[in-house]
Design a binder for this molecule. Sequence first.
Ligand SMILES: Nc1nc2c(ncn2[C@@H]2O[C@H](COP(=O)(O)OP(=O)(O)OP(=O)(O)O)[C@@H](O)[C@H]2O)c(=O)[nH]1
Length: 991
Amino acid sequence: MAKVRVFELAKEFGLTSKEMEARVRKMGFNIKNYMSTLEDFEVAEVRKLMKEAAQDVVSVGRDESPSKTVVKRKRPAVKLKKKIVLKKKVQEVKPEEPPEKVAEEVKKEMPSKPQELKKEAIVKEKPTREKEETVKEKPVKEKKISEKFEAKIIDRVVLKKETPPAPEKTEKEEKKPEPVVKVEKPSSVKKTTPEEKVVEKAVEKETVAKSVEKKPIEKEIVSKEKQKPKGKTQVQEKISKKPIKRPETKSFVKVIDRRPIEEIRPSTVKAPPKVEEKVSAPPKAPHKPGKAEVPSVQAGEMEAKETQRKGKKKGKRVVKISELEGLVRKKKAKKQKGKDKLKPINKLLSEEVIEPLEEMEQAEAFMEAPKEKPIKAKDKDKGKEKEPEKKAPSTAPPKASKRRFAIFETIQVDELAKRMGVKVSDVIMKLMSLGVMATANQSIDYDVAAIVASEYGFEVEKKAVAEDLVQVSEEEEDEANLEPRPPVVTVMGHVDHGKTTLLDAIRHADVASKEAGGITQHIGAYQVTLPSGNTVVFLDTPGHEAFTQMRARGAQVTDIVVLVVAADDGVMAQTREAIDHAKAAGVPIIVAVNKIDKPEANPDRVKTELSELGLVPEEWGGDTIFVEVSAKKKIGIEDFLELLALQAEVMELKANPNRPARGHVIEARLDKGRGPVATLLVSKGTLHKGDAIVCGLHYGKVRAMINDRGKRIDEAGPSTPVEVQGLSGVPEPGAEFVVLPDEKKAREVAEYRQRKQREAELVKSQKMSLETMFQRLQEQEVKELNIVLKTDVQGSLEAMSDALRKLSTHDVKINLVRTGIGAISESDVLLASASDAIIVGFNVRPNAQAKALAEQEKVDIRFYDVIYHAIEEIKQAMVGLLEPEYEEEIVGHAEVRQTFRVPKVGTIAGCYVLDGSIKRGAKVRLLRESVVVYTGKIASLRRFKDDVKEVASGYECGIGLENFNDIKVGDVIETFEMKEITPTLSTNETE
Ligand SMILES: Nc1nc2c(ncn2[C@@H]2O[C@H](COP(=O)(O)OP(=O)(O)OP(=O)(O)O)[C@@H](O)[C@H]2O)c(=O)[nH]1
């Protein structure tokens, strides 16, 4: 056993003897000086530690440096060299001694040198600990920051090759591994798996040996990996640089790592799958060298690849289109085609990637009109159908049988054009020639449409609105199905003549006292059972003149009118009105002469007055029933009811209860909790809970029915007033309701009616706007302020209307374009827009659509809740409408003292400003002997060749007049301004 002195080792490592001595001491060897000798195993240990120290220093330095990329670049070269070297070594080792034999030798050797081993153990305690520590650290690093660790290891390798002492070291390394390998390789290869610790000890210090031992494994991995990049294209290499290197470095880590071999092994075995995990593309690469590159390649590369193929870019475009349009359609079509070429690619690609590729196949087909193509075919068909539809009639008129069509009371312009087979623009032109300005989607009424149609040789018939369409016309009732029904009685009369009190008396309920202000606001319906057992339905109509219209509706559904006339008051205006309504409706009247308890009551006077109006009492030879009652004192009520029943009997009121119900809306409101609630009076048939009904412009299903006593009922026969819930909206009182087979049908009818009503409103608006225009032309000198007035109640409407009309003056005329009760509707806004009107809303607001439309049309809507405020504001608006008045204000005078003729400019007057000032551009008058010879503008104003804006009095200046040169010395230039005077309304009112 040759002993090596410390200074020899120093030479070996290129250190000074003293440095080496110090290091060896640090390593834990007990030496006196650099002349001391070391045993073989000690020398090996020192060498190993020195080497590790060198590696650690370098790796740390490298790790800290951010130049990882530099290392990586060099890596492949290093690896190659390393591997080549290793390969050689392994080749050298392997043939000489098979691993098994070597292992046996190791086993034999180990027990034979117990002392040495002990020594080694003692000596190595410290170093191994150090190593263990590093080993412990390394796995952690490897797990947590494998990259970092990998870098370290790679760096070691690199540095081994690059650092200056490399030549010596490599020589020694090459020498050293050889003997060690012979000893250790078998142990590591064979015994690692079963005996970790033993092998660890056997192998322990020999890091180099280990690295050598594992290099075959590494080689396997690396060689595989190396093949990959070789097979790759340059582009791919660039892209897969990092991913490819990582697996390699990992294998290095595992090899160099000092963990038990069992740990190392599986990790080395696992390494490839890890590589696959991390870098999905490369493992696939060898299988599909050319095509497998595609998925790993980024968009740019994808494109690059695609450009290599024909029409790839086109294909891409098509993909976008397919995404938007017939993606599914194309997919199917292409799947059917079953492109075999694409199959292998498709397997590798996701669906998204496949799609473009498939699309690429048909790129050419899409080239001409890629976007339109899928749709084209259909469009063409459509176009074929449409074109002749539009054009053919213009060239070839429709058959004679087709020259006749029916329209409702309105028709949209484009619809009319379509019916006649002419261009919409032609129809619009025709309408213009008739003085009707309408766009394609505006409606014109029947009369105008008929004229236009006749121009094109068409005949137009007028269709009844809705009824014939929805087939809800009245059908003839079979006499056998009719059954007696209770009479519907409407109580009418002048205000405070006692209508409510009479009904109250009849119903034995105090309704009047509960009413706000004592005025009945809405029609109430009550079913009363008379002492005789008969039932009578009473409609309590409002007594105020504001609700005349509503009362008229009441008359439509009523069988008998009870005319209440106060005996102390006699026939009044509304009494007469009630008679007219009753007569118009052909309803018999029973006169209740009320308040006979009053001392001043004079029933005969009432009879006389009514006789004059055609209501002659029976006792006077007439046919009108007169009953003298006192609603308050409940006098004559029973007689009254008996006579009422008698009248009903005479009338033989009958209805078929076994048919779908129909009737009228008595009143309707929007209930906060229940939604739209309507009081319906069934006139025919029976209304059931769940019935689908169309009610005016609304529809719905009867969700719940409540009778006049507040009880829920499931059905309501003829002459039964019920409150129903479930309507889509609040119907207008007086509107008819009809039960339809289903809700869908009901909705259709309601929508149809709504549309028609809208059209009718639009036609109305148009007419009004045209009329307004005409009026304007006629009354050019009169300014108008057009107003659409909407109020909450009739009373306020009248009050506002009157007040506004009274605002009219000689200068400004108030024109109430429309007045009405209720919310401001779209129709109101349209009308206001068309007639340049403002909308005045008194205690009303626009609905959402109207509000939006008003914003769109820039229609001014003003809301008021106090009439005074409204009047004030409108006065202001009227003032705004007046032409501004101007007053001339003299600004200054300048005297012409000299004149100059300037070529190309004209005459310039040398002036002296007498008073005020002269401003450039100001209006001037040229006065010659106080006579105005010119009125115009100052064209130029100068002082000593300089243009100036203004020249004050006492200064001289040169003035040039616009288009005027006949300036003479002695003339006076007077400048003036027109100042606007705030207009005031003339006090002379038209009324
Ligand atoms: N003395 C007397 N007063 C009566 C009689 N009937 C009604 N009145 C009174 O006349 C006033 C008006 O009665 P209403 O029943 O509210 O009259 P109306 O016609 O319903 O009134 P409007 O709802 O406003 O149309 C009340 O103060 C009643 O008390 C009657 O027979 N005799």
